[in-house]
Write a protein that binds this ligand. Structure first.
Ligand SMILES: Cc1cc2nc3c(=O)[nH]c(=O)nc-3n(C[C@H](O)[C@H](O)[C@H](O)COP(=O)(O)OP(=O)(O)OC[C@H]3O[C@@H](n4cnc5c(N)ncnc54)[C@H](O)[C@@H]3O)c2cc1C
Length: 449
């Protein structure tokens, strides 16, 4: 096996893979600047090589190191540079984008149940890991709130609450507009909500930094600025200034994967997600809006908004639906996010929003996440496609493929996740479907359909 990556094997413009989208990111201001990690220089060996140092790659590395393996992690930029260091911090289920009934039909009842159990386990594991590793990740939000942006969406949010009850035996709470106001969730944009009692919110970069500290402490060798640009033999991973020979290969590159990575060709569709963060709000501003809930909120739009008051009382607002990756497009999306912010929180029209950034999430053709062997390649595993819900699922899946690499199973691990996803029909042009999909979603969202 031998191949070389190049720009046309990345689905987006170069801007998406540069530091451009991160210039005004908020999370990096909340952690000390990162210790200088070395670049791989020269030829080294390891029992296992992990490509990608996000949640998935680090969780895999920790699992392997805990089981006595000598592990090397290579990242093209630096650990946490990808989605893991720039997400909204919502810890929730939702890594498949299929309704329960459809999932049930497609993968069978037993596997669907295994998947629901895996997702729940993944959510619980985030908070267990935090406690066990003594990571202060600013956790808050007891479960999360799913809000209806239109009267026609109310049945849908109730149905989602019912889904939760069926899956997990957990009761949800319905909030009408008055109950929302009483709960400190007053916004003209929302007419009702359900509170779902599973999950919460964290500062993702603090969590990621905690995992990195643990990995380094266990002797994992982590290299920054070390993009794997070529593979030879089984396995030699080549970077700009060195190479790593390893018996086992684990790929955890998710939305930043090149089509040239083993097993990845046209199988992952990256989609941009964006976040706006305000300055801290004063007591008077909080009262004027009537929004003081500590709950994470996700809304019923197809092009969804996710938002929450951070512990230091900044409002974080996330949104999807950007097609191009460029400086101009980032600014246009920032302006659109600000319009949404003003509509959702009219009392904060004069509040500055100095932070805005974007990053790539990943989808698969079947709208399901994967964590299994690289097809046709012994001793190689890959994971990804968490559909924007990877804060819980990415580290869980990192552990799943680590356990496969250790020659044992970890449960629950649905069978469908072990199968490689289908390639997208449009191949390297797969991204061209997004404008039509987004504009269709916008229309449906406008009418609450
Ligand atoms: C703006 C935004 C908001 C989000 N909000 C939420 C949320 O609130 N809740 C939630 O659950 N999920 C959210 N997500 C999704 C979540 O962040 C991701 O699913 C998760 O972080 C994926 O982790 P990962 O480790 O698989 O990938 P990443 O964290 O993206 O890491 C992949 C790494 O691979 C590296 N890499 C790629 N190619 C190579 C190569 N050839 N050689 C070496 N290194 C390489 C990259 O540099 C990168 O660091 C959000 C994502 C974004 C972008």
């Amino acid at each position: 096996m031998s191949n070389r990556f190049s720009g046309d094997q990345l689905p987006y413009e170069d801007f998406a893979y540069s530091d451009g989208p991160l210039v005004d990111a908020f999370w990096p201001t909340t952690v000390p600047s990162m210790a200088n990690l070395p670049q791989l220089d020269g030829d080294i060996r390891a029992d296992a090589a992990v490509v990608g140092a996000g949640f998935a790659g680090l969780a895999a590395a920790l699992r392997l190191a805990d089981n006595g393996l000598d592990v090397v992690v290579l990242d093209a930029h630096y650990p946490g540079w990808g989605a893991s260091g720039r997400n909204g911090g919502l810890v929730s289920v939702g890594s498949a984008k299929l309704a329960d009934k459809v999932l049930d039909r497609r993968v069978g009842g037993d596997d669907a149940q295994r998947f629901f159990a895996a997702e729940r386990r993944a959510v619980e594991a985030v908070f267990e890991r935090q406690a066990l590793m003594n990571i202060d990740a600013d956790a808050h939000s007891d479960g999360y709130v799913f809000a209806a942006h239109h009267a026609r969406a109310i049945d849908g949010i109730r149905a989602y609450g019912d889904t939760y009850r069926q899956r997990y035996g957990l009761a949800y709470r319905f909030l009408d507009r008055v109950a929302m106001r009483d709960a400190g969730l007053a916004s003209p944009d929302y007419c009702a909500a359900v509170h779902l009692p599973l999950g919460g919110a964290i500062n993702p970069l603090k969590m990621h930094r905690g995992l990195l500290t643990q990995a380094l402490a266990r002797g994992v060798r982590v290299f920054a600025n070390s993009e794997v640009t070529r593979f030879s033999g089984q396995f030699r991973l080549h970077t700009q200034r060195g190479s790593c020979r390893a018996r086992r290969l684990l790929i955890a590159t998710n939305g930043y994967a090149s089509d040239s990575l083993p097993g990845h060709r046209h199988r992952v569709l990256p989609v941009q997600s964006n976040i706006l963060v305000s300055r801290p709000l004063t007591d008077a501003e909080i009262d004027a809006q009537g929004w003081h809930s500590q709950h994470m909120v996700v809304d019923s739009r197809r092009l969804l908004h996710y938002f929450r008051l951070l512990p230091d009382r900044r409002l974080l607002l996330g949104l999807r639906g950007t097609v191009r990756a460029s400086g101009a497009s980032l600014q246009a999306t920032r302006a659109r996010a600000r319009v949404d912010f003003d509509r959702m929180f009219p009392a904060w029209r004069k509040v500055e929003t100095p932070y805005f950034w974007s990053g790539l999430i990943a989808m698969s053709r079947e709208l399901l996440p994967f964590a299994g062997p690289v097809p046709g390649l012994a001793n190689a595993w890959m994971t990804g496609a968490y559909h924007g819900s990877g804060v819980a699922m990415a580290p869980y899946c990192g552990e799943l493929i680590a356990d496969l690499a250790l020659g044992r199973g970890k449960e629950p691990h649905p069978d469908f996740m072990k199968r490689v996803p289908k390639p997208f029909e449009l191949g390297r042009f797969r991204r061209t479907v997004l404008p039509a999909v987004f504009s269709g979603y916008e229309t449906l969202d406008r009418f609450g359909l």
